[in-house]
Design a protein around this ligand. Structure first.
Ligand SMILES: [Zn+2]
Length: 201
């Protein structure tokens, strides 16, 4: 949603209401629960005093306080995934808003850090990309592939995924700038041609 947030150099600045932030709600991570996903296992997850969820692992799904959430596998990586009960897409994380465990997209939630990088501008994004590349031991050239080792280490895999998303966003951002320039040139050319033809402007 470009334009929904004021561009600012203050990385901490954001205008998103607190209830739309991911951090405001309990969240489960399939990797965090992976050890407990063996059928028949039961556990309780606590988020803060008085906020607990009982989790029972059944065949192919988790029962969380009575809500059934299907669990599957990533299409190409040896990673477990949840199936969002609303959109049916594979997700690593689900958030509980008003009793429903859905993905962030279905709840319309966004991540504080996403807003932070959105506001950080081009220099901030580039700095984050460079930092991520160093952390996972990747070549510093933009777009260079992540080393295979980093995909086996879960923490590094997350960083690699963040890097990929940032670089995709970065590429899209720059394409946008490029296409805007091209469109403006076409507009100018059209305007000149119509002026030549004597069309009304
Ligand atoms: Zn969803």
């Amino acid at each position: 949603m470009p334009g929904a947030f004021t561009r600012t150099d203050d990385p901490g600045h954001n205008r998103t209401p607190a209830e739309k932030l991911l951090e405001a709600w309990p969240q489960i991570d399939v990797h965090m629960l992976a050890r407990q996903l063996t059928e028949g296992a039961e556990t309780t997850i606590s988020f803060k005093p008085g906020l607990h969820f009982s989790v029972k692992a059944k065949a192919g799904f988790l029962d969380i306080n009575g809500q059934q959430i299907r669990v599957g596998w990533h299409a190409s990586l040896p990673l477990r995934t949840f199936e969002c009960p609303r959109c049916g897409k594979p997700k690593y994380k689900l958030s509980c808003v008003n009793g429903a465990w859905w993905c962030a997209r279905c709840h319309g939630l966004s991540h504080t850090s996403r807003h932070r990088w959105r506001g950080a501008g081009e220099r901030g994004r580039r700095a984050r990309i460079e930092w991520l590349r160093r952390r996972i031991g990747a070549d510093s050239r933009p777009g260079a592939p992540s080393p295979a080792g980093s995909l086996r280490n879960l923490r590094k895999l997350r960083l690699a995924i963040e890097l990929r998303d940032l670089e995709l966003g970065y590429a899209a951002h720059n394409r946008e700038k490029v296409s805007n320039v091209v469109e403006k040139r076409l507009d100018d050319r059209r305007r000149r041609q119509s002026r030549k033809r004597g069309d009304p402007s």
